[in-house]
Design a protein around this ligand. Sequence first.
Ligand SMILES: Cc1cc2nc3c(=O)[nH]c(=O)nc-3n(C[C@H](O)[C@H](O)[C@H](O)COP(=O)(O)O)c2cc1C
Length: 86
Amino acid sequence: MEMPDIQKYDRILIGCPVWCGLAPNVILTLLDILNLNGKHAAVFTTSGATKPMKLAVKLKKTYPEIKWHKPLNANDMSEDEIRNWM
Ligand SMILES: Cc1cc2nc3c(=O)[nH]c(=O)nc-3n(C[C@H](O)[C@H](O)[C@H](O)COP(=O)(O)O)c2cc1C
């Protein structure tokens, strides 16, 4: 599968559902393939109940060279709330 060239981007937003308290494996595979070291990144999630920080803490431990920012749970967010977060 062809990967996008993300080297020209400084800020990456990653959106995914929470599965079993974690990001789905496909997101980890993507992060393994794309080298985001040194880039600013943040994750936004949809979930049943799990807070996005739980997932974000694990991503930060696994990928410490990425500059992680505050995560967002996008469930029921208004456009304004999402824009403020961005
Ligand atoms: C296999 C699986 C595991 C899930 N695990 C969690 C979980 O640990 N915490 C949670 O809050 N929601 C969990 N969910 C709910 C999903 O996060 C929720 O379905 C999704 O964010 C909403 O997107 P969807 O409409 O595409 O399903 C899980 C869903 C699936 C299918």
